[in-house]
Design a protein around this ligand. Structure first.
Ligand code: NAD
Length: 270
């Protein structure tokens, strides 16, 4: 039996954990050869070794390191078919303000809006945190698209899948930098897709809702309860559920999808 991704080469950033690792396992199950990037070689190697793939340690904000790794991967494996720009970091800042947010919510529900205290999310956001968030997500995805297109354009085929977020669609007050970066990924996706559609390359974005991965570790129990209330399904998603969408966009069934944005959110309403 020939598997539907047999022999295809997939490069996955942030593949040492969470959604990236689940995607790698799902694509490998259908025959893809996976190259796993992460910040630490140990994290990347653990997943790569499990799946018989390659490991690359670099920071996605380093454009030269990114291009070199993708070039090396394509040289060693002979091609590049699938690029998943997934590496990401959580907005840490929101968790510490949860008590204030809950207190304000009580005042709002009681109709005492004038008594609500400023949360100062934006005022307390440092230049460094803003820069790092935009760099990892938006620059990282830009560099990933560039590195992939260098190989996909001459091939006249390829799939680029950029991991955005529901916060790119419904910005959160507590995470302006994350929301902006994720919204930027959606626009970048559409722009690049329009450029390369005629070259046989599909570029799409996925907006996950809240998925059970280590990214959510900083979120308190109260915060998670507040989030779950806004999920129609009443539960977090599992990385494997998200990986099914990644598999769809990497495979032949999604041939007509490009420049498109797919939510996997369990009915998250923002
Ligand atoms: N888990 C969720 O609820 C959720 C929701 C929406 C979007 N996302 C997005 O999904 C993607 C994957 O997140 P996850 O939930 O699997 O988190 P995770 O923390 O489990 O995995 C992210 C991985 O990316 C790596 N990484 C971080 N910065 C990097 C960098 N600069 N260079 C290379 N690797 C880097 C981390 O080391 C980690 O292994 C992220 O882009 C995240 O924003 C996650």
């Amino acid at each position: 039996m020939t598997l539907s991704l047999q022999g295809q080469v997939a490069f996955i950033t942030g593949g040492g954990s969470g959604l990236g690792a689940a995607a790698a396992r799902r694509l490998a199950a259908d025959g893809a050869i996976v190259a796993i990037n992460d910040l630490s070689l140990e994290a990347a190697k653990k997943v790569a070794d499990e799946l018989g793939g390659l490991a690359f340690a670099f920071d996605v904000t380093d454009s030269t390191a990114f291009q070199n790794a993708v070039d090396t991967c394509a040289a060693q494996l002979g091609r590049l078919d699938i690029m998943i720009n997934n590496a990401g970091i959580a907005p840490q800042d929101a968790a510490s303000k949860m008590d204030l947010v809950m207190d304000n919510m009580g005042k709002r529900m009681a109709g005492n809006i004038a008594e609500m205290e400023p949360t100062n999310y934006l005022l307390d956001l440092t230049d460094e945190n803003w820069d790092r968030m935009i760099k990892v997500h938006l620059y990282g995805t830009f560099y990933g698209c560039k590195a992939a297109l260098k190989h996909m354009q001459p091939q006249r085929s390829g799939r680029i899948i950029n991991i955005s977020s529901v916060l790119g669609l419904y910005p959160a007050a507590g995470a302006p930098h994350y929301s902006v970066a994720k919204a930027g990924i959606i626009t970048l996706t559409k722009s690049v897709a329009a450029e390369v559609a005629a070259l046989g390359i599909n570029v799409n974005a996925i907006c996950p809702g809240y998925i059970r991965t280590p990214l959510l570790t900083p979120f308190s129990e109260t915060m998670m309860a507040g989030i779950t209330m806004r999920i129609g399904k009443g539960r977090l998603g599992e990385p494997e559920e998200l990986a099914e969408m990644i598999r769809f966009l990497a495979g032949p069934e999604s041939e007509y999808c490009t420049g498109d944005v797919f939510s996997v959110s369990g009915g998250y309403t923002g």
